[in-house]
Ligand binder design. Structure first.
Ligand code: PXG
Length: 441
């Protein structure tokens, strides 16, 4: 591979995101094609996708309906602004999405990524509080080990030190709930862990400190994905909802990962039966074929902004590419694919087999915990003394070389396969991980 600064295959000009650039460019890994459950390297080697890209290609790669919808739309209308102008696909997609939600989450704002969805949701929360005459309600509450993308809003409410420490003062007026990861009490849990609902009561303490009249919203991932699959303890989300209700605080679910069948239900909202006021989405919305995010808001929020806004434009917010025609075409075709192929139901049917296969890795070298929910799994490894993350990174490298793509975060292997995964793929994935860990120091 050409690592010089120039030439068509030079690696240097590209500053890669969330990557050890120097390490990668010294020893690159490439993929050039994807179909179904597999990536293919430029040399044609098959790599099983254990991560649905990055938690996003839920229907598998290269789905014909989605490919053809994008191709057709590109030829019909490449782009139209959504500012004071409409095109039919954006309204159709908003309607289809709204219809997927239970309760009154029935208005949709379009963005281009999860990060933008999060910043949009936080801004809607603030605008709503102000519009209804509660302008002092400005504080935003996130959670330790939360990941809400990389915008300044998202890293402020997020709870990952490295995503925050290099970037100055961040948003003011932010507090964090404690995370819910508790290996001492919950290790080896299958599905929702038993212990820790009381951790939601930390919200009561924050209310006591600042007073509810100053708090706008709480944002959490129903299942924290990025920091290693932290599954909410039984009763935790219900308790958070109850405390938010008690103090008139909005509850935002960041469903960028949990949306679109990952848990075997349309959304985490459905899996947990807890109704938030705002939901953020991205990733599986278009099967990642075209970047797109969205925010669902309750009728109460939307109606308040429409009826009481003190300016002709009710929300001063939007993106050049909000409701991009190609993304809308991809989104509609993706929702068709999920429905016609029954992929959410299929995920729910595969989940017990997935759980058993994952937990059968108990006893494998270095493994200190295994946890699962829907088609998500995590294998937590004992960290190498003085070198946190190194063991998992080496496992990731070795798995790739052995034909399997996994995702690692810290010393946790996180798995989130396309919902079309079949038993033989699950076997290949688990066997490869077992072999790799057994051979690893
Ligand atoms: N919220 C959540 C819950 C996410 O998981 C984002 C927001 C941001 O989405 P965008 O589209 O702006 O990247 C995410 C993204 C990982 C990993 O290793 C996960 C994400 C991003 C990068 C790495 O698990 N999720």
């Amino acid at each position: 591979m050409d690592t010089a600064l120039s030439g068509p295959n030079a690696l240097e000009p590209y500053w890669m995101p969330f990557t050890m650039n120097r390490r990668f460019k010294a020893d690159p890994r490439m993929v050039a094609r994807a179909e179904g459950m597999f990536y293919y390297t430029p040399e044609g080697r098959q790599v099983l996708d254990g991560t649905a890209g990055l938690w996003c290609c839920n229907a598998g790669h290269g789905q014909r309906r989605i490919v053809e919808a994008i191709q057709a739309q590109a030829a019909v209308m490449d782009y139209a602004t959504s500012f004071n102008l409409g095109h039919p696909l954006a309204f159709q997609l908003a309607g289809r999405l709204a219809a997927m939600f239970t309760g009154d989450l029935d208005h949709i704002f379009f963005t281009n990524s999860g990060s933008e969805s999060v910043d949009t949701a936080l801004k809607i929360a603030l605008a709503y509080q102000r519009t209804r005459g509660k302008g002092t309600k400005t504080r935003l509450i996130g959670r330790e080990r939360g990941y809400h993308g990389v915008g300044f809003g998202g890293i402020s409410v997020g709870g990952i030190a490295k995503n925050r420490m290099y970037f100055g003062g961040l948003l003011t007026g932010v507090d964090h709930l404690p995370h819910t990861h508790d290996l001492a009490r919950n290790a080896w849990s299958r599905g929702v862990p038993a212990h820790g609902a009381e951790l939601a009561d930390a919200l009561e303490k924050i209310v006591q400190l600042h007073d509810a009249s100053n708090i706008a919203a709480v944002i959490v991932e129903p299942v924290a994905g990025s920091t290693g699959v932290l599954i909410p303890p039984r009763g935790y989300l219900e308790r958070l909802r109850a405390i938010c209700d008690k103090y008139d605080i909005l509850l935002i679910f960041d469903e960028v990962i949990t949306g679109f069948g990952r848990l075997g239900t349309p959304f985490g909202v459905d899996y947990f039966g807890v109704q938030p006021d705002i939901v953020t989405m991205a990733k599986g919305l278009t099967n990642a074929a075209v970047p797109m995010g969205a925010v669902a808001v309750s009728k109460r929020i939307y109606d308040t902004c429409m009826e009481q806004a003190d300016a002709p434009i009710e929300l001063f917010h939007g993106y050049t590419y909000s409701g991009h025609p190609l993304a809308c075409a991809a989104g509609l075709a993706t929702l068709d694919t999920y429905a016609e192929d029954g992929l959410f139901e299929r995920a729910a049917q595969t989940a017990p087999l997935w759980e058993d296969a994952l937990h059968a890795l108990k006893g494998t070298r270095h493994v200190i915990d295994i946890r699962n929910i829907g088609l998500i799994g995590a294998i937590e490894l004992d960290s190498r003394p003085g070198a946190p993350g190194e063991r998992a990174y080496e496992a990731f490298r070795a798995c790739f070389d052995a034909g399997v793509m996994v995702r690692v975060t810290g010393d946790i292997i996180a798995l989130s396969p396309p919902l079309i995964i079949e038993p033989n793929h699950i076997d290949q994935l688990m066997q490869t991980i077992r072999d790799v860990l057994t051979a690893l120091d």
